[in-house]
Design a protein around this ligand. Structure first.
Ligand SMILES: *Cc1c(COP(=O)(O)O)cnc(C)c1O
Length: 493
């Protein structure tokens, strides 16, 4: 199967090349030329497989340059002991029509693990297939979650190194502890004086430094990123939509062939787009509910057809969704319009003026499947409390946004169709907000909040978040942005 850029249909590459390159040379994203189809017999067969079996079956349809044995080995290393339950992505049925898909049983207790546990293995295998002999060094600027998930994914993966820069003033105490205590022989973690933008600009400068790149080539290294527009991060996410559907069938909540909705807390549009791929491959999904916080650029877009990033940015209680440019939307526009010229036009308008309006035809195609909604921080907290009181189920702030948007849509329509709420983080990752929602105002900070939430809820702290303060601190450097290149230079000596 070939992959093409969303902005130019002339240039086709293999799956391995798409993953090795990350971004197309014209700035577009790689999309598969066709969407493989699964019939109901195949979905019935998936119901009897474990998570790895489902992952191998679905991903092999897109990765025809990988053998089945290769994929089995990749999935076994990704979805094994790093996860705290055999189901990997378990489905919790709350009541007859509502279930929650928990994507946070991996090593960092958040959904990015679903892709970042697999990507390093997929990437090194892809580089080998492309004849790349240099070793890859992943550079990450992080505002918290992605950095830790990437560190966990790449730690001790042969043929790779990873250097993470985090803003000294821009991450929570728990996030910082998670990163500076990271284990692994091939990892580096450094604090940068300033905010996230300072760290991000520093990384971009290093990427565009051609002299530095050739110096690294002489040493047998090249630099790459692990960001969410890489096809290798999207593909593993398609799997859990199928997996959740199968588990809902097995629980008796729906019958095989029934349609379900999914409600997805959305930021960069990567998670929900994977749901759209699953739907387009034949999974009986009726609608995808695109849930936003106060940064409601996507729900405005779904209502009006106009994407407009010229607006105030809000820091919310669901920070991983605080995004104004949802990069992965470009893939949907390309697939539904069927035109790379049209897509390139929208993206040019976005970079020139910060906005674009899609054609009525494209708008109609999007409306056929997507419906948007958003909620405030106050509603987020209220929702956590309501669900805890009613169903004894504890949700984090991101999941609560998706749950609230589902409730709004259901009450607006006066019907309750079966729906799976996609849960993207453990409540313990956002202990401060969750405690506030439950009405607990204990004067605590950092890691103590995690213990406190466990006391209040009677739920055990997930293993990766236990004893954070007792772990050995391995990384203490704090540098100015001007020192970042030297830090990478030293790291790769
Ligand atoms: C990244 C993230 C999201 C948003 O996912 P997208 O793929 O960017 O839409 C939602 N919740 C949590 C906890 C996340 O880490």
């Amino acid at each position: 199967m070939k992959y093409f850029s969303t902005r130019n249909s002339m240039y086709g590459v293999t799956a391995a090349e798409a993953i090795a390159k990350g971004l197309a040379p014209d700035g577009g994203l790689f999309v598969p030329e066709t969407l493989p189809q699964l019939d109901m017999d195949e979905i019935a067969a998936l119901c009897n497989m474990d998570y790895c079996g489902r992952a191998v079956y679905i991903m092999s349809k897109y990765l025809d340059d990988f053998s089945e044995d290769e994929l089995k080995a990749l999935c076994a290393s990704a979805y094994g002991s790093g996860f705290d339950c055999d189901a990997v992505a378990p489905l919790r049925v709350l009541n007859g029509t509502t279930a929650v898909l928990e994507l946070w049983h991996g090593p960092t207790c958040a959904f990015k693990d679903m892709a970042l546990q697999l990507l390093p293995h997929l990437l090194t295998a892809s580089l080998k297939k492309c004849g790349e002999e240099r070793r890859v060094c992943i550079l990450v600027a992080t505002s918290g979650d992605t950095g830790k998930a990437a560190l966990e994914g790449f730690a001790d993966v042969p043929g790779t190194k990873i250097q993470v820069f985090y803003p000294n003033d821009g991450v929570s105490e728990a996030q910082k502890l998670q990163m500076i205590t990271q284990t692994g022989k091939n990892v580096g973690v450094t604090a940068v004086v300033g905010n996230f933008d300072d760290a991000q600009s520093g990384v971009k400068r290093i990427f565009s430094d051609a002299d530095f790149a050739s110096k690294l080539t002489e040493r047998g290294y090249f630099l790459s990123s692990a960001n969410s527009i890489n096809w290798g991060r999207l593909l593993p996410q398609i799997v859990y939509y199928f997996s959740a559907y199968c588990d809902f069938v097995k629980s008796g909540g729906i019958a095989l062939g029934d349609t379900v909705d999914f409600s997805v807390p959305t930021g960069n549009f990567g998670n929900i787009l994977a749901g759209w791929y699953a739907r387009s491959m034949g999974l009986p999904v009726c609608r995808l509910l695109c849930a936003s916080n106060a940064n409601n650029v996507l729900s405005d877009f779904l209502a009006s057809g106009c994407y407009d990033r010229n607006r105030a940015f809000h820091n919310t209680l669901s920070p991983s969704m605080d995004i104004l440019v949802s990069s992965n939307l470009e893939r949907l526009l390309c697939n539904l319009s069927g035109s790379t010229e049209e897509t390139a036009g929208y993206m040019k308008q976005l970079s020139d003026s910060g906005r674009y309006t899609v054609s009525p035809k494209l708008k109609a195609a999007i409306d056929e499947c997507f419906v948007g909604g958003y909620c405030s921080d106050a509603e987020t907290l209220e929702t956590i409390k309501t669900v805890w009181d009613k169903d004894s189920y504890l949700m984090d702030t991101h999941t609560a946004v998706a749950y609230k948007v589902l409730c709004d849509i259901r009450s607006g329509e006066g019907v309750e169709r079966p729906c799976i709420v996609v849960s993207t983080a453990s409540p313990f990752k956002f202990s401060d907000s969750v405690l506030k929602a439950l009405g607990d105002n204990a004067e605590k900070s950092g890691a103590e909040l995690i213990e406190r939430l466990s006391e209040v809820s009677g739920i055990e702290v997930p293993l990766p978040l236990r004893g954070l303060t007792e772990r050995e601190v391995r990384f203490k450097d704090i540098i100015p942005p001007s020192g970042m290149k030297t830090a990478v230079d030293e790291f790769l000596k």
